[in-house]
Design a protein around this ligand. Structure first.
Ligand SMILES: [Zn+2]
Length: 928
């Protein structure tokens, strides 16, 4: 009966509502349903499914189901205000909750239906009330569509246009599982008290508020919200707003929160827990971090609190817009379905993100980035939200951009604005070439489509494209324009056009003599998928620029902000556009261009990698660039040096019809490269160059050349960045720099004999390159002692050896059923073996030829091993050996074989186009 009591108490504390009896017969009848819910919650069944079925059946019986094709609410009525009253007994592991919601609505179109969202709940009754509180005497019937999650209320009498009324719904719900979204349960174990505690929390983004209360669960609707929660006195309730009052009744209490400003439903949040908290003690803007009491006691919440304060302050300063909530709390959830959630006034995080559980610098970096990200959302998503999830980049693209901006302001020494290119740009460009990746503006309506919109494209590409316009319009004009947008649209929903309007106004003010249609320049980047390659060809008069979609085939053109520097105008700091390329071809004349250059001068486009496009220079242009780098590489700033490698690799690795010879020319100056950023961005190109030469006579020529490049760099740079040093060490050892191989082996021996090393970089793979049997076997046996889940990466390191005897031993272990390798491990190891290097590639083929019967009997997946081999097959001779293996495959592998053929064909074409030129390049190099 406790739930009835809670509901009763809940009602008695809401003073400003009309009085009516709660303990009526209908509620009593539903007591049965409530018991059923409890039983369900305690069983292993997936409550979502069971509940939906139950819910649907219950409602189905009451009315005919009228299936709707659209997932959008009909907009014949709109919400004005919610008053939500909830009741939970999570403290005693009761996973049900009771709720009453009153929604004040306005009728926009005369109608006798009201459509709302609802999910995972049992509706107990629905009333309609007049603004004066009197009940509307219309018959009320309802139907639930589980497909659209619509609760459609049918009325006996038509509602008039303009009419305002209140819909009151009483319901019972169930708390979702730990990682669910909606209103869910979670727990933690308190080590000090040696006890487990339950808590109830929410994650409504993007479309899960409907699981906590029936509502208009679309991002376009903003309303004020009143919330009160009835809970046990040993627990506290927290929400977006400060507490207005607590009303205590025996062992229970009702926490009533202050009314929110207008917000979309997905931003509402509340947690009922026995958490502790730490605060900033500031009366003007109180900030707290809530977490497990033991975490608070150990000081793990302090760092998150301080970071939150700094990020919030910088965000306010940046746009000169004050934070609009009376408090700003953060909460660490023991389990959470995302890293963070931008609930206004109560940001939620997964525990290891917000709490300082370790002293690891990488964890610290993640915390700084994520907290900046969530605080960026206070303007992008909270103050202004997109009118539809179709424009999610207005939230996530901006928040991802500003997590970098804020970190660059707060921790300038960490140079996050440059790290941005490694963390986001290279990744976005790698993925944004696939057919399946949609443009940023993509209409979404179905729930799964809305959820899928939270992908790398929205976050990474969104941020990168916005960064392009920040750099092009200048940071001050951009910030002014974004501030216009935020001020114009505050507490409202916006479309991309509203952003363009704000930016245009700022541009016109700051550049009265220029005319630029900002919207026209920006639109294609959000509406066309992929990105362009700018082909730059040398001509007597200057250069010819041509744009085409990079590996994407469409007729649309991007409007590309073109900026460039030349040998006589080497200014890389001004990233504004020298011209906007709005056509397919543009001729840039040396004498008439805004920046002039001489016939033999280098010209570099896309300064500081501010444009979301690849530059494909012709070989004449490349020669001028690489010659200049060899004389004085610092004439081209490091950001653009990194871009030269990254762009060239994108072109070569994707089989684009440009020669790899410039990559070799470019690599020559690396002996002098002292910038970690460049090394990190150059490395993918090293792999491309190495892999495409395997199996051919130029492979050893390449390694020999690379050894010449690396020998002067190895252990002779001032670089301290770990990742860059790892790149340098790996390629020094792989190319055969003696000292590198010796050092790495000695480090391995240290570890073997003393059990430790003070060498702080990655050394295992490098050490195994020259390890003898004793050393290699020692580590092999050591690996076998490790946890079976974690040891696979250490096993991969063992493959760095090119010793046929050791590798032969490993292959024997793989096929020997009495060895200590687990079966799945054998398969994964052999796949890796196939592609590791030339020696292991050849040994894999021999191994299959000898052992295919046994391999089939043991259930090895030969298809995936041969696929791996085909990816690394560069010559016709090698291909013949691969086709020797194909006959061992089952007959239904024809499609797989076609794929193998495709991989090999791509490699042959590369060889055909480039082999002779590469060969003569190496011969020339050796002659030098
Ligand atoms: Zn976000």
């Amino acid at each position: 009966m406790l739930n009835l009591l809670k509901l009763y108490l809940l009602f008695t504390v809401i003073i400003n509502v009309h009085s009516y009896s709660l303990l009526d017969d209908e509620i009593r009848d539903n007591f049965k349903a409530q018991q059923m819910l409890k039983e369900m919650a305690l069983t292993q069944k997936d409550p979502t499914k069971v509940l939906n079925e139950k819910y649907e059946n219950q409602l189905r019986s009451e009315s005919n189901v009228n299936f709707q094709n659209s997932y959008r609410l009909p907009n014949n009525t709109i919400p004005l205000h919610y008053n939500i009253r909830l009741s939970t007994e999570i403290h005693r592991a009761d996973f049900t909750f009771a709720g009453i919601v009153r929604i004040d609505i306005r009728v926009l179109e005369a109608s006798n239906t009201i459509t709302l969202h609802a999910g995972q709940m049992l509706i107990q009754r629905i009333f309609l009330l007049n603004p004066d509180g009197s009940q509307i005497p219309s018959s009320v019937d309802y139907v639930y569509e589980s497909n659209t999650e619509f609760l459609i209320i049918h009325l006996g009498d038509e509602l008039a246009t303009g009419q305002e009324l209140t819909v009151e719904i009483t319901y019972l719900g169930i708390l979702g599982l730990f990682m669910d979204r909606g209103f869910f349960r979670s727990y933690y174990f308190d080590e000090e008290r040696n006890e487990m505690f339950w808590l109830a929390a929410t994650q409504f983004q993007p479309i899960f508020a409907r699981r906590a209360f029936p509502c208009y669960d679309e991002i376009r609707y903003r309303t004020t919200i009143d919330l009160s929660i009835y809970h046990h006195r040993s627990y506290i309730a927290t929400s977006n707003m400060p507490i207005a009052m607590d009303i205590i009744a025996g062992d229970y209490m009702t926490t009533i929160f202050r009314t929110t400003p207008v917000i979309p439903t997905f931003l509402l949040s509340f947690v009922v827990s026995n958490f502790g908290f730490v605060g900033n003690g500031n009366a003007v803007l109180p900030m707290h971090v809530f977490a497990r009491p033991d975490a608070i006691a150990q000081g793990q919440a302090q760092n998150g609190l301080e970071l939150g304060e700094r990020m919030l302050r910088e965000m306010e300063n940046l746009f000169n817009i004050p934070f609009s909530f009376p408090k700003s709390d953060q909460i660490a959830m023991p389990e959470f379905s995302s890293d963070g959630a931008n609930n206004w006034g109560l940001l939620s995080y997964r525990e290891p993100i917000l709490l300082q559980l370790t002293n690891d610098s990488f964890d610290q970096h993640i915390r700084e980035i994520r907290i900046a990200h969530e605080y960026s959302h206070i303007f992008f998503a909270n103050l202004v939200s997109p009118i539809s999830w179709s424009y999610l980049w207005l939230n996530e693209g901006f928040a991802t951009l500003y997590e970098n901006v804020l970190n660059d302001i707060v921790f300038p020494e960490k140079r996050q604005w440059e790290q941005f290119l490694i963390d986001y740009l290279d990744y976005a460009m790698m993925v944004d070439i696939f057919e399946l990746v949609p443009p940023l503006n993509e209409y979404v309506e179905a729930p799964q489509d809305v959820i899928n919109k939270f992908d790398f494209n929205t976050y990474f590409k969104g941020a990168i494209v916005l960064r392009m316009f920040l750099e092009t319009l200048t940071e001050s004009t951009w910030t002014k324009g974004v501030s216009n947008y935020l001020n114009d649209m505050q507490f409202d929903s916006a479309s991309p056009e509203d952003l363009y309007v704000g930016l245009q106004r700022a541009f016109d003010e700051d550049f009265p003599n220029d005319s630029l249609d900002v919207a026209a320049m920006m639109r294609p980047w959000f509406e066309i998928r992929g990105y362009p390659i700018l082909i730059v060809s040398h001509s007597d008069q200057g250069v010819l620029l041509t744009q085409e979609g990079f590996l994407t085939f469409h007729r649309e053109l991007f409007n590309i902000p073109i900026n460039y520097a030349t040998a006589s105008n080497p200014n890389f700091d001004d990233t504004t556009a020298d011209l906007w390329m709005t056509t397919r071809n543009v001729e840039l004349s040396r004498e008439n261009a805004s920046k002039t250059w001489n016939q033999d001068d280098w010209v570099i486009f896309n300064l500081r990698d501010t444009g979301y496009y690849i530059t494909g220079y012709d070989e004449t242009m490349w020669r001028m660039i690489t010659d200049a780098l060899l004389i004085d590489h610092e004439v081209i700033p490091f950001l653009n040096r990194g871009t030269l490698f990254a762009d060239l690799n994108r072109v070569i690795s994707n089989g684009y019809n440009l020669s790899p010879v410039p990559m070799l020319d470019l690599m020559r100056y690396l002996s002098m490269e002292q910038n970690p950023h460049v090394w990190i961005r150059a490395e993918p190109g090293f792999f491309t160059m190495e892999i495409f030469k395997r199996g051919t006579i130029i492979h050893s020529m390449f390694l020999n050349f690379f050894q010449n490049v690396m020998a002067p760099v190895y252990r002779q740079t001032e670089i301290t960045d770990r990742k860059a040093i790892d790149v340098i060490n790996y390629w020094s050892c792989l190319s055969g720099v003696e000292r590198c191989l010796e050092d790495s082996l000695n480090t391995l021996i240290d570890v073997m004999t003393v059990g430790a090393t003070d060498f702080e970089f990655t050394f295992r793979c490098n050490g195994f390159m020259s390890a003898n049997v004793t050393v290699w076997m020692h580590f092999y046996n050591e690996v076998l002692l490790q946890n079976e889940v974690e040891r696979i990466n250490d096993m991969f390191d063992l493959l760095c050896s090119q010793d046929r005897q050791l590798l032969g031993f490993l292959l024997n272990q793989i096929i020997d059923i009495t060895s200590n390798l687990r079966f799945p491990e054998r398969q994964v190891l052999l796949e890796r073996f196939a592609g590791e290097h030339e020696v292991s590639y050849n040994m894999t083929i021999d191994f299959i030829l000898t052992n295919y019967e046994e391999m089939n009997a043991l259930g090895f997946n030969l298809v995936s091993i041969i696929r791996q081999l085909s990816i690394f097959t560069n010559t016709q001779e090698q291909a013949e050996r691969i086709f020797d293996l194909v006959r061992f495959l089952p007959e239904d592998s024809v499609f797989d074989v076609e794929y193998f053929r495709g991989y090999m064909q791509r490699n042959f074409e590369f060889q055909e186009r480039n082999f002779d030129r590469l060969l003569s390049w190496f011969e020339n190099f050796q002659g030098r």
